[in-house]
Write a protein that binds this ligand. Structure first.
Ligand code: GLN
Length: 460
């Protein structure tokens, strides 16, 4: 099938199915058809680029030139960047075709894809679209766009789990790389010290192909690893005799459903049957991670979000009484309550009298969480854990329980990896009794992507 035909057909499906799923904040049909034409021409001329004809979607917190980038917030509702985020730019240069920008929780704060000015996205696997399941978040639109077959791959972002959580609920592969391997240039910052671009695809092979296309140093992001990136190849064979897989007992936590526990145990057994050594280990700071995460997240948010003042870009309130009043009114009107709460909390933690007690302490405990991983990786090569504690919750119930505790539950298994900056991948492994995906997560030391992808491929 020629790229143009494929793109036109996909758009007619997207327009129909998206009515119930609400995946996109913007569709880029004209752009996609034009790009597909260019792909077709290159293919005909024997000048095919690696991703020619491949449809992709991009979370709406990555800057895309001439395409609105809203972060699903009133604050950036009318913001159209003049440049591309590096990771998207690399996709485009490799021939990939953007179908649209995907929905998220405002600025990436959330785990349900419910707090968006565009309304909530729905899980593709919902038994009943009138009483749907959440698709997870915050990259819920990205995960759903892949699950529904609207595109081959989607770029998400992962600060505390935002790529892996929706991937888990939507039954797709979700990858968070080692911090610094993918450029954050053009990814609108949430928490700079934890944010990484993430990749969502249907298969591990696809995920690796996208990763190999977009990884590497970027002079526009000083936190990227300076060493040139060598594309990763899957191991031909995993040396199971020498593979040690750790099962950290703290991840068997309150709220873990018996079905997820069973899937986890079975996968450990399966790896053992193939010759791997399974080690039950302890990572005592796992439970502290959520507290550290919420303090540091809010501190960085309160500092990062001072850029939204209504002056340079974004929403501007109609108040000319003073600069202070303009800032205040702009933010009061532009942000939802989740964002406002985090700004307030962050400012509180950073007050001179609280700085040592909260911010500095959290940084110290973050180091302990990270040390837990360093110690574990002295004895094991990879860790196997759940990604989410259950299958996708019903949207109604999720909205009812919308509070900070919910964040703690949703991010429990994912945010420790962000504290340490290590890579992690989630893979769907079975269906629950509700016929919804259940997924497991593999984590490895920094730069262990080759083993991580190869093992993920084996259990896929
Ligand atoms: N649920 C987390 C939060 O709200 C995850 C966010 C993310 O990874 N972007 O902070």
């Amino acid at each position: 099938i020629c790229p143009k035909e494929l793109t036109i057909k996909t758009f007619s499906r997207i327009k129909e199915d998206n009515k119930k799923l609400n995946v996109f904040t913007a569709l880029t049909e004209d752009h996609a058809i034009r790009k597909a034409g260019e792909s077709a021409m290159r293919i005909n001329d024997g000048k095919k680029l690696p991703l020619d004809g491949i449809l992709v979607s991009v979370k709406d917190n990555f800057c895309t030139k001439s395409v609105p980038t809203t972060c699903a917030s009133k604050m950036l509702k009318n913001f159209t960047p003049t440049y591309n985020a590096t990771v998207y730019d690399k996709l485009e240069k490799a021939g990939a075709i953007l179908v649209g920008k995907t929905n998220l929780d405002e600025f990436g704060m959330g785990s349900g894809c419910i707090d968006s000015i565009f309304g909530s996205s729905k899980n593709f696997w919902s038994e009943d679209y009138n009483n749907p399941r959440i698709c997870g978040g915050s990259s819920g639109g990205s995960a759903t766009s892949v699950a529904a077959g609207f595109c081959m791959a989607s770029l998400g972002s992962d600060t505390g789990g935002s790529t892996r959580n929706p991937a888990s609920y939507c039954g797709v592969v979700g990858f968070k790389p080692t911090y610094g391997l993918l450029s954050r240039h053009g990814l609108i910052p949430l928490v700079n010290s934890m944010d990484v671009p993430g990749i969502l695809t249907k298969s591990v092979d696809d995920c690796l192909q996208i990763f190999n296309t977009i990884a590497g140093p970027d002079k526009l992001d000083s936190t990227t690893i300076k060493k040139p990136f060598n594309p990763i190849e899957l191991l031909k064979q995993i040396d199971f005799k020498n593979l040690k897989v750790g099962i950290p007992r703290e991840y068997n936590c309150e709220g873990l459903t018996s079905e997820v526990l069973e899937a986890w145990t079975k996968m450990a057994d399966f790896l053992e049957e193939n010759g791997a050594q399974i080690h039950e280990i302890s990572m005592p700071y796992t439970t502290s991670s959520i507290f550290v995460y919420s303090i540091l997240n809010q501190c960085e948010v309160s500092s990062n979000f001072s850029r939204y003042d209504g002056i340079e870009y974004g929403h501007r309130a109609d108040d000319e009484t003073s600069t202070e009043n303009l800032y205040a009114k702009t933010r009061a009107e532009g942000f939802n309550n989740v964002v406002k709460n985090r700004i307030f909390a962050g400012n509180y933690f950073l007050l001179r009298k609280n700085y040592d007690k909260y911010f500095l302490k959290a940084l110290k405990v973050r180091r302990l969480v990270s040390d837990d991983f360093s110690k574990a990786f002295k004895n094991v090569d990879l860790l196997l854990t759940p990604t989410t504690l259950s299958d996708a919750p019903l949207l109604n119930e999720f909205v009812k329980n919308h509070n900070r505790d919910q964040c703690a539950v949703q991010d429990f298994c994912t945010c420790p990896a962000n504290m340490a900056g290590i890579p992690s991948i989630t893979i769907p492994v079975k269906l629950s009794s509700n016929k919804l995906p259940i997924s497991l997560q593999l984590m490895g030391p920094n730069f262990s992507e080759q083993l991580l992808f190869s093992t993920a491929k084996f259990i896929e």
